[in-house]
Ligand binder design. Sequence first.
Ligand SMILES: Cc1cc2nc3c(=O)[nH]c(=O)nc-3n(C[C@H](O)[C@H](O)[C@H](O)COP(=O)(O)O)c2cc1C
Length: 199
Amino acid sequence: MRFAKTAWKPGNMVFPAPAALVSCGEPGGLPNLLTVAWCGNVNTNPAMLSISIQPGRHSHGIIERTGEFVLNLPARRLARAVDYCGMVSGRAGDKFVAAGLTPIPVGEVSCPGVGECPINISCRISRRLDLGSHSMFLARVAEVAVDSSLLDRSGRFRFERADLLCYAHGFYFALGGRQGRFGWSVRKRRAGGNAPKRR
Ligand SMILES: Cc1cc2nc3c(=O)[nH]c(=O)nc-3n(C[C@H](O)[C@H](O)[C@H](O)COP(=O)(O)O)c2cc1C
């Protein structure tokens, strides 16, 4: 099947994106949170990711001064809190309290993670790129904490149990189920096995 395309104005169209909560904080100040969709993996070895933040955000200054943040991946049930943290600035008060979220200590960085998120990724910034509307912070992953419910009895990571939230073009979505395993399209078909059908 081929699609009949319509030209669309050039814009951000790489969706779905994570709907993530970035937590940050500095000594003597309230910890803060902001929602980011502009984030992603950028390098495998060392593990690195990026977040892009507009310079006017309260969190931008905190992250720039401290050089660290935590990228927290929320589950679907936190959709309302995620939206709230993306609508209200930490300049107006404590967003952890207002959103009903708990700042928790995480490894390797001094700012808190979000207790209600099943995955907390502690990050240290290595570079800042000013791209126009946003500063892109490139960061090394210093530690990853995952809830033990996401590991099966063999210690394998079961991502689908996290029920993560994502964002696309103005709306929040939950992920669907697994559609296949990495490499399954080129794996040899076992008799009676579930190799993919070619279409
Ligand atoms: C779904 C969603 C995604 C967002 N993604 C980003 C982003 O990637 N970068 C950014 O600078 N702001 C983003 N925002 C806006 C900030 O989260 C928002 O301005 C927030 O209130 C800033 O908080 P602060 O001033 O306490 O730092 C997003 C908001 C929503 C609702």
